[in-house]
Ligand binder design. Structure first.
Ligand SMILES: Nc1ncnc2c1ncn2[C@@H]1O[C@H](COP(=O)(O)OP(=O)(O)OP(=O)(O)O)[C@@H](O)[C@H]1O
Length: 265
């Protein structure tokens, strides 16, 4: 794991005071968040804390109502998924959005196929897919021409993550990638998450799993009732504190004031 305190200059992605409501219901209340290149930031929070809303706001699916998004230190406007993709932000959602009837290469290039004239440039797409998988040290796939329907859950996650990385993404957001996986496949995906950061990506990693948090992250950001209770290096907190931040919004001198938390219920 990289030293979380080292090289922590400008965050590649920063949220300042982000708010988001759906009709009369305010879901995000002035959320601050910093995400650094080469680091995994675990985004934790109880059911309904606002994690999905937050990542969908970053992705432009639910554009923010207030506050600021900064990318590489500059304020940016993210009003749709194209804006986030153009910045180099890719999200791997839980449903993975893979097509079972297509192979690995076809899935990685789905919707962004390379062409030579009117024909698909299969050779170049296959080479790029192999290259991306090799850079991520993925050795669990037998063939890039395997149908996705024949892959295990862990292999499918791997393909979805590699697809996100293929587009020169700088920030990769993963929505509970190990939620449905067994022990060995979880291990493979966690190794891949670490390699994503080690190859320079900033990774925002949503999880409910405390073992995963401490295994793979450099920072932990805890949302509580739509407020950022803490966004700190993992080395400064223990498991009990993270659980308190998730369940109560505070732990010792960390987190949001109890009065603020009570006011939001
Ligand atoms: N489109 C929407 N319209 C109205 N309310 C919404 C909408 N999307 C989310 N919410 C509400 O926002 C709150 C936060 O939901 P969100 O899905 O972001 O939480 P979460 O932390 O991702 O939870 P989980 O861990 O269960 O996935 C919830 O109270 C939810 O009902």
């Amino acid at each position: 794991m990289t030293d979380p305190q080292a090289g922590e200059g400008t965050p590649i992605l920063e949220l300042r005071g982000v708010t988001k409501s759906f009709g009369a219901i305010q879901v995000l209340h002035g959320v601050d968040l910093k995400v650094f290149p080469g680091q995994v930031t675990a985004l934790v929070g109880d059911n309904g804390a606002g994690k999905s809303t937050l990542i969908k706001s970053i992705a432009g699916i639910h554009p923010i109502d207030g506050g600021e998004i900064l990318f590489e230190g500059r304020p940016v406007s993210v009003t749709g998924p194209r804006d986030s993709a153009a910045l180099g932000i890719e999200v791997v959602y839980q449903d993975l959005a893979l097509a079972d009837n297509l192979d690995v290469v076809q899935n990685m290039f789905l919707g962004r196929e390379r062409k030579r004239g009117i024909l698909l440039d299969e050779a170049s797409m296959e080479a790029a897919a192999r290259d991306t998988l090799a850079k991520l040290s993925v050795r669990t796939l037998k063939s890039v021409r395997q149908l996705v329907s024949s892959l295990s859950g862990g292999q499918r996650q791997t393909v979805a993550i590699a697809k996100a990385v293929l587009w020169e993404s700088k920030v990769v957001i993963l929505d509970e990638p190990t939620a449905a996986l067994g022990v060995a496949q979880t291990r493979q995906v966690l190794d891949l998450v670490r390699r994503l950061a080690d190859t320079g990506h900033a990774v925002l990693y949503i999880t409910h799993n405390m073992v995963d948090v401490f295994e793979v992250s450099d920072r932990v950001a805890a949302l509580y009732l739509g407020r950022m209770a803490a966004d700190v290096p993992i080395s400064t907190v223990d498991r009990g504190q993270v659980i308190e931040l998730i369940t109560a919004g505070r732990s010792g001198n960390l987190g949001i004031a109890p009065a603020v938390a009570e006011a939001s219920i």
